[in-house]
Design a protein around this ligand. Sequence first.
Ligand SMILES: NC(=O)c1ccc[n+]([C@@H]2O[C@H](COP(=O)([O-])OP(=O)(O)OC[C@H]3O[C@@H](n4cnc5c(N)ncnc54)[C@H](OP(=O)(O)O)[C@@H]3O)[C@@H](O)[C@H]2O)c1
Length: 230
Amino acid sequence: MAERSRLAVLGAGHLGPVIARLAIKAGYPVTIAASGDPEDIALITELMIPGVQPRWAADAVADADIVVLAIPLHRFPDLDPGLLSGKLVIDAMNYWPASDGVVQAFEDGGSSEIVSRRLAGSAVVKALNHIGYHELEDRARPAGAPDRGAVGIAGDDPVAVAATAALADRIGYHPVRLGSLRAGRALQPGGPVFGVVLTRPEFERAVRVEAMGEEAARDEAAREELRSLS
Ligand SMILES: NC(=O)c1ccc[n+]([C@@H]2O[C@H](COP(=O)([O-])OP(=O)(O)OC[C@H]3O[C@@H](n4cnc5c(N)ncnc54)[C@H](OP(=O)(O)O)[C@@H]3O)[C@@H](O)[C@H]2O)c1
């Protein structure tokens, strides 16, 4: 097997351990960190994620090629952007006002675009955020399975997008590239593919229909503006 990138998963709650387990099964060396002492998660990770190494977050990141952010979005400001500089960062976080509080910047746009602006030295890709943690594990399928689900991959750096697509494929999903980080808004809560596992054709259709809706809305706004000028 070709040498796999080293993965650090930040977040040892619901989502992080599932991503770590799937990645270990796919042959990636994986470390995991919560916000504090790795001793605190050593026993549980040994039981739940055989093969993973619990680390301090800074150490896990320092040794990784790919860092997966599986922490609540309101905890994201705790992370030092300098630590993540030069890394491929997979943003699996979502904005949940009920737990994150209402943050106007997130209400108005794409959360990963904001994450990416803060992590200016990293290549940020939005992925693995739109499927619930239970399903992410249960619905993973090898290539060729008829009911294999799709995972959206949104980013502006083609190399980072390709590496994330390879990861998604190896953990059991069809990677579907969305073209840009901005296009990753379709993967957010309230978007057309959020919270459901769709096959690739279903996924592509849902994203296309949503984009057509946006285009129609933009056309209507432009027509409205013209009418107001005449
Ligand atoms: N749950 C899902 O099905 C699901 C699916 C897709 C996406 N997501 C998104 O993934 C994110 C995490 O969700 P979750 O349900 O897994 O949350 P969770 O169960 O509350 O777990 C959060 C984890 O993040 C850790 N953490 C917080 N700040 C950290 C930091 N600075 N460095 C390292 N670790 C840190 C926490 O560690 P401590 O205990 O030490 O604070 C905890 O282990 C959210 O943005 C969520 O929207 C969740």
